[in-house]
Structures are given as structure tokens and as C-alpha cells.
Design a protein around this ligand. Structure first.
Ligand code: PLP
Length: 438
């Protein structure tokens, strides 16, 4: 009986893999740094300049405050919606297997089929798949190589703050492509060419696409192809982070054929399961490329591979997706409907309460610009673009990402994919905050 309870508990723990900081109320208060008398400081070597720059990036610097108890985190881009049953089933199956043969936990074919279906890439004898515990360590390995080889990285204004902070921490030269509202803050062939000309050296373009974090904009196959043409002209590489693919609100994934005739370009595709399958706590990511330098960068950095149990589970899940398992498709489409519905509700609340929203086309977030909020008073404090996120956090109880995080001037990011009660409460808090302004 005790044995049964014990294994039941372990199985539950294993299946309960989603990252949720809200499961237990936090009882401890955070330890704040205390002033020192200065004698220790004399011996402290201090942080390197790259580390100082990275740690002052909003993605890292704001984390402690944003995670304080009682706040609703609209700044945290994880997917806390229900993960599909097929994922639970495949995990259950993987854990219940007595022994796994190496073929059984080989995801290569399933991933090649997926990228073929979604991006038009056909595996060639040169293609390689490298796995990591999430996409993040794969990106870090590439960044490390960029630093060692003195390669500059290019990010659009409108980027994933943590990857910029990562590049800064490694001391990579980080450069930004100016994007415009009329283009939905997407990179165009013109803006890319301007940036590459200015840089005057081959670079690595880091693009979250087809669905963009933070705007929820969507790149078409034609737009991505145009970027590849420019990159080729400047002997530059595309790092395509596809982590939000599959979360398009209106189109079906799998109709794009971006890379079908682009085999001679230099690119690397990054993907994972944390967003589409709401599996952030299961660390699983992959990189696909046939570029020799990129393969070398990944292979030289000794990235830890996901456990074979996880690889087995992910292979089974992907196969269900490729076979168009009706139950899985239904759950995935329900998730998209829920996200789209939340985007509409949030946009409605924001547009009525001092913000101008840019309607997203997919993903887990939207961006909005404060309009009639600015230059009003909250309890005697004048609201400005600089203090808005912290006023909202301190007095409104909601954490959001400021423009320094998104990289887009004036635009803040709001995440949609928290638990449903929190989402409802967040809408109320945003309204209440606006009403309290004088
Ligand atoms: C654009 C983007 N890329 C990568 C990641 C990290 O992916 P993983 O959980 O697989 O490390 C995130 C996480 O929020 C993200 O927003």
C-alpha cells in the first residue's frame, strides 16, 4: 500500500511538469542586500563589463520585483494553459517502459518531417539535429561561438529580451535593426539591408519567426525568403527561432514552404516544446542545420542532451501531431481559440483604459502603447513611460514588460497565457489602475 502511494506520488510529480511559481504561496520574505562597511568592497573584483550590461537589461534587472508575491505576471512568457493529453500520455508511456531502445527515443525522423511540413526543409546528408535541455542552452552555445569568432549579432527592435541579455553577457557585439509600426515591427529586406550595410561585416540575424515574440506578428513565407536573399548577399546567417510556430491564430501551421528552395543559404532553425505544447518545465529543444560552422559551434560546446525518456515522449507526441491525431488537433485548436479570445478581451480592456493595442496574429502576448495614461497622476506621482511599469506593479498589482525589454520604443508587452483566474483578475486590475488616475 505504501509502495503504491509512493509510486503514485512520484508519477504525479513527474507528470506535473509545468513551470508554475504559483502552486505554493511563498511564506519567506526575500533577502534584500544589506549595506556593507566598504572593507569587503575593496577586495571584490566586481563583475565584468559584459556581465554588468547583461544584468542591467530589463529582462534580468526587473525579474526580482516582477516575481514578488501577489503580483499577476503579465511579463512572463511561459504557457500556463493546459498541456495536451497526448503529451501526458506519451510521458506516461515513456516512464512506464522498462527499457528504451535507442531507436525508440530517436526523434530525428519526426523532427525532419515536422520542419519539412512547416518550413519546407528537406533533410540532406549534411543536415544535423542537435538536442538541448530547451532552446536556451542551444542559443547560448551559438552565442559563445559568436563571441569567440568575433561575429556580431543582429536583433530587430522588437525582440526576446533574454536572448539579447544572453548575447550581452557573452560580450557579443549586439546590434539592432530599426523596425516600424507600419510593418508591424517586423524586419523587412530594406531595413535588414540598411543594418548590414552599416555593420559592414557578415553577421548573425536572430529572428523569432514566423510568430514574433513580443508582438505576436506573423512573417509570411515570402517575407522570410526576402530576408534570406539579403542575408546571402551579405554572407550572413539566419538564426530562426521557431518556438512559437503552431500558435498562429488564423492559419494552419504547415502551409508555409519558406526554405524549399533556400538550401544554399546559411541558416539554423531552433525549436522546442515549451510554448506550443505548454511544456516549459520539460526541458527539450532542438537545432537543425547543415551549416558546418553552426554544427561545429553546437558540437564543441558539450550541451547536455535531454534524457531518453523525454526524447521518447516527444517522438510519440510529434508522431501524433504528424498523423493528425484528431484529439490532439482538437486540443491544439482549442488552445489557439482560447489565446485569440484572450487577446481580444485584453485588447478591449486596454483600448478602453488608456492604451493603444497592436492586434497580434498568434503567440502568447501582445504589445500596446500607453496613450491617455501618460502625464496623469497616480497618488500624486506623474505617470511617465519610464515609471509606468513600476507604478502598475506597485499599485496595480500587475507586472508587464517595459519598452526597454521589448526593444520597441513606447511599446509594452502583455502576456496572455497565465492561468485563467489570473487572466480575469489581471483585466480587472488594469481597469482599476486606470480609474485611479487623476
Ligand atoms: C523567443 C523565445 N525563444 C526561446 C525561448 C526559450 O525556449 P526554451 O524554453 O525551449 O528554452 C523563449 C522562452 O520564453 C522565447 O520566448
Amino acid at each position: 500500500m505504501l509502495n503504491q502511494l509512493y509510486y503514485d506520488r512520484i508519477l504525479n510529480d513527474l507528470l506535473n511538469f509545468q513551470v508554475s511559481p504559483y502552486l505554493k504561496p511563498r511564506t519567506q520574505t526575500l533577502r534584500r542586500s544589506t549595506p556593507e562597511d566598504g572593507s569587503a568592497a575593496k577586495h571584490f573584483i566586481g563583475l565584468s563589463n559584459p556581465a554588468k550590461t547583461a544584468f542591467s537589461h530589463s529582462a534580468i534587472a526587473d525579474e526580482e520585483e516582477a516575481a514578488l508575491p501577489g503580483l499577476i505576471r503579465m511579463d512572463y512568457g511561459e504557457n500556463a494553459l493546459a498541456s495536451p493529453n497526448a503529451l501526458h500520455q506519451s510521458l506516461f508511456e515513456a516512464f512506464s517502459k522498462f527499457q528504451l531502445l535507442s531507436d525508440e527515443s530517436n526523434c530525428d525522423d519526426a523532427i525532419f518531417d515536422l520542419v519539412q511540413k512547416r518550413l519546407g526543409i528537406t533533410a540532406s546528408p549534411k543536415s544535423q539535429l542537435v538536442y538541448g535541455n530547451g532552446e536556451a542552452p542551444l542559443f547560448a552555445a551559438l552565442t559563445n561561438h559568436a563571441r569567440n569568432a568575433s561575429i556580431a549579432m543582429l536583433f530587430p527592435t522588437g525582440n526576446y529580451g533574454h536572448f539579447v541579455a544572453c548575447a550581452q553577457a557573452f560580450g557579443v557585439s549586439t546590434n539592432f535593426i530599426e523596425t516600424h509600426e507600419k510593418d508591424f515591427f517586423k524586419v523587412t529586406s530594406e531595413t535588414l539591408e540598411i543594418a548590414l550595410k552599416k555593420l559592414n561585416a557578415p553577421a548573425w540575424l536572430v529572428l523569432t519567426a514566423p510568430i514574433v515574440n513580443p508582438t505576436g506578428a506573423s512573417y509570411s513565407a515570402a517575407e522570410l525568403k526576402q530576408l534570406l536573399v539579403v542575408l546571402k548577399k551579405y554572407r550572413s546567417v539566419l538564426i530562426l527561432d521557431t518556438i512559437f510556430q503552431g500558435l498562429e491564430f488564423n492559419t494552419l501551421p504547415g502551409i508555409e514552404t519558406t526554405f524549399s528552395d533556400q538550401q544554399d543559404n546559411r541558416w539554423i532553425i531552433l525549436g522546442g516544446i515549451s510554448k506550443e505544447f505548454a511544456g516549459g518545465g520539460l526541458r527539450f529543444g532542438y537545432a537543425l542545420t547543415s551549416d558546418i560552422e553552426m554544427i561545429g559551434a553546437l558540437q564543441n560546446s558539450a550541451i547536455a542532451e535531454p534524457h531518453s525518456t523525454l526524447r521518447y515522449a516527444f517522438r510519440r507526441l510529434l508522431e501524433a501531431q504528424l498523423d493528425e491525431d484528431p484529439l490532439l488537433l482538437k486540443e491544439m485548436s482549442r488552445q489557439k481559440i482560447e489565446l485569440k479570445d484572450r487577446a481580444t478581451k485584453l485588447a478591449d480592456v486596454l483600448n478602453r483604459n488608456g492604451w493603444k493595442v497592436l492586434t497580434p496574429q498568434g503567440g502568447l502576448f501582445l504589445v500596446a502603447k500607453p496613450t491617455t495614461i501618460l502625464n496623469r497622476q497616480y497618488n500624486g506621482t506623474l505617470v511617465s513611460e519610464e515609471n509606468l511599469a513600476s507604478l502598475l506593479r506597485q499599485h496595480g498589482g500587475v507586472s508587464i514588460n517595459p519598452p526597454k525589454w521589448t526593444g520597441i520604443p513606447h511599446y509594452f508587452r502583455f502576456v496572455l497565457s497565465m492561468q485563467s483566474e489570473e487572466f480575469v483578475e489581471a483585466l480587472k486590475r488594469l481597469e482599476k489602475f486606470y480609474q485611479a488616475l487623476s
